[in-house]
Design a protein around this ligand. Structure first.
Ligand code: M6R
Length: 606
């Protein structure tokens, strides 16, 4: 993870570096640091914790210099303290790094033998000393080319030099890096989001490339050190999306935005006149595809699991799902007639990208379901289905989850209809129901008070369980993940029918258990499982959908009813109370909701 920024300008850069670092904090917030060049010296400031700490600890206005680099860290090598914070510098070279140098131990030994001394526990410091060493005998371009070849692992780098004071070097392998173009200044950044307040003109570096950024020109090089030309992309800019508005937290805003997320997604993929799903430029014929494999991490993996249920219900395709970090190292049997779908909000998750890369290298059909359409996963897939959510800033994924499952549902529905698995009439009914979904989400969002009142029970308990069957099982997993990552309490998602095969032993008097039992085809079975946990003392929060029919069960602690819709779409509504439960539990504990401990928004290391 980690976020990096570099600015080469004709004016002082520290204020803009700090602003950009604040935007990049979603990538890591263990420590922050800045280095600028002024009067023939490298000036470095760094602090443990957030960028706010850095601002409090140093008078950043007095940090002069027209050229500088900055970093926010998500610790990999070495504890999060100010010594391990980036930039790391020698007398001549200062480096910010996102990624992991896998051969750092060997390189460090070699450099120590040559007389270099190390201050930190990081892998990054070897880059500083390698460049310093190579520059003793080589010109800049040659020294960079050689250094990059000596490094194993992944990196995005920003580098400044005391003796070459008019430029920043950027380099990329694995971890993303963009160059931005401004008036009398140019930039380096981990992503376009960090640069958006300064420019909408961007070039993305590809793997193995490096660049030299001066205030008035940028040169790009391939891994052999040969100059290359690259395109400048113009991005649409909508700064207001990056604002919390009247909300206390981005997460709260993003939860409330979900009716709009779903509305926008529907608008992008539905032809209202013909009541038809439009997926333009799909590069393959439907009969060329016999199976789909969906791959993602975390919440995105839960979207894949959700899609498995829909694809199996609505199409005749074989469906496999995989966690990207597992898929990338397994002995996969690649199938020519399979469509590999990569689900990722950021489009930069290292494991998901590696899984995509593996599929591309094996000439598979690849499709990305992403939020960030300029991301690496989007750029390197054969076909992209954007989820159109707008920026998601809260580390806990909320609206992107609904956006992902919406697009996957639409895809399953379209394939089901094209291959004749869903008849015309049923297809039309499902499209009509889909159009009503945003207003049902809006109504379901009104459950605030009910959820607030019960949320503290989950904080006070030793742990909790989230149970569901069928379409509700992926939502149970997602609900447990949200509670874990925000409230730091143990929560486990489980298929309700599996409880008696082991986890029932965990149930004791007063343990909170969320049971997702919408009135779908699994309802009666789930209610039986609910009774089994109640009988063993669990405090059950039942989440179901509205109905005239009474619930025949005693001793339910609390019941929350979401709106009513067809079985396929109930997962969208069941997700809402679970997001709110996690939000209010964390709020009561006073935790940092948008930046939970130990996590980062974009996981660009494996
Ligand atoms: O950007 P991605 O969708 O690829 O991220 C995948 C996971 O890291 C992410 O969903 C993570 O699990 C969230 N923090 C969950 O809320």
């Amino acid at each position: 993870m980690c976020g990096i920024i570099g600015i080469s300008s004709n004016k002082s850069v520290s204020a803009n570096i700090i602003n950009s670092l604040k935007k990049l904090e979603y990538r890591g917030y263990d420590s922050a640091g800045v280095a600028t060049l002024f009067d023939g010296e490298i000036n470095e400031v760094k602090s443990e914790g957030r960028v706010d700490n850095l601002e409090q600890n140093f008078d950043l206005k007095s940090l002069k210099g027209n050229i500088g680099i900055g970093h926010v860290r998500w610790a990999t090598h070495g504890i999060p303290n100010s010594i391990n914070a980036h930039p790391h510098s020698s007398d001549n070279v200062s480096v910010v790094h996102n990624g992991i140098i896998e051969n750092s131990t060997i390189l460090k030994k070699h450099l120590i033998n040559k007389g270099h001394t190390f201050k930190s526990q990081t892998d990054t410091e070897v880059i500083v000393h390698l460049i310093t060493e190579n520059l003793k005998t080589m010109e800049l371009e040659e020294a960079i080319t050689k250094t990059l070849k000596q490094l194993h692992g992944s990196f995005a780098l920003g580098i400044i030099f005391k003796d070459i004071p008019d430029l920043i070097v950027g380099a990329r392998r694995g971890s993303p890096l963009a160059v931005g173009y401004g008036p009398n200044e140019n930039y380096l950044g981990s992503d376009s989001y960090a640069l958006k307040s300064m420019t909408n003109k961007i070039t993305y570096l590809d793997d193995g490339e490096f660049c030299i950024v001066k205030k008035d020109q940028v040169h790009f090089y391939n891994q052999e050190g040969k100059k290359i030309n690259k395109k400048i992309l113009e991005l649409s800019s909508n700064e207001s999306n990056y604002d919390k508005g009247d909300f206390k937290h981005f997460m709260a805003k993003e939860i409330e935005e979900q009716p709009l997320t779903v509305k926008t997604g529907i608008k992008e993929y539905l032809d209202n006149v013909n009541n038809e799903i439009n997926i333009f430029n799909f590069p393959w014929k439907i009969n060329e595809i016999k199976s789909v494999t969906l791959i993602g991490c975390g919440t995105a993996y839960h979207s894949c699991l959700m899609a498995k249920y829909w694809f199996e219900e609505l199409t005749s395709l074989d469906v496999n799902i995989d966690i990207a970090s597992e898929f990338r190292y397994r002995k996969n049997r690649f199938k020519k007639d399979s469509l590999y779908i990569f689900v990722s909000q950021s489009g930069e998750t290292a494991d998901t990208y590696a899984a995509l890369d593996l599929c591309n290298k094996n000439n598979m059909k690849t499709c990305a379901v992403v939020n960030v359409i300029e991301s690496s996963i989007a750029r390197d897939s054969n076909f992209v289905l954007p989820i159109h959510c707008g920026p998601e800033i809260g580390v806990a994924s909320t609206k992107a989850f609904l956006g992902q499952i919406l697009v996957l549902y639409i895809l399953a529905l379209k394939i089901g209809s094209l291959s004749g698995q869903i008849d015309k009439k049923n297809y039309q009914v499902k499209i009509k129901d889909l159009k009503n979904l945003p207003s049902l989400i809006e109504k379901t969002l009104l459950i605030d008070n009910d959820i607030q009142a019960i949320s503290s029970t989950f904080n006070e308990a030793k742990g909790s369980m989230f149970l569901g069957r069928g379409f509700s099982f992926p939502i149970a997993l997602e609900g447990a993940l949200k509670l874990k990552e925000l409230s730091y309490v143990h929560a486990e998602g489980y298929p309700a029918g599996e409880m008696k095969h082991g986890p029932l032993a965990l149930i004791e008097e007063g343990m909170p258990v969320v049971v997702l039992a919408p009135r779908d085809s699994y309802y009666k079975k789930t209610i039986s499982n609910m009774q089994e946990v109640i009988a063993r003392g669990a405090k059950v929060l039942l989440i179901t959908n509205k109905s005239k029919d009474e619930i025949f069960s005693e001793n339910i602690w609390e019941t929350i009813e979401v709106e009513n819709t067809n079985d396929d779409l109930l997962p969208f509504l069941l997700t809402i109370p679970l997001q709110k439960l996690a939000y209010y539990s964390a709020l009561k504990m006073g935790y940092d909701i948008d930046k939970p401990r130990n996590l980062a928004k974009s996981v660009t290391v494996e």
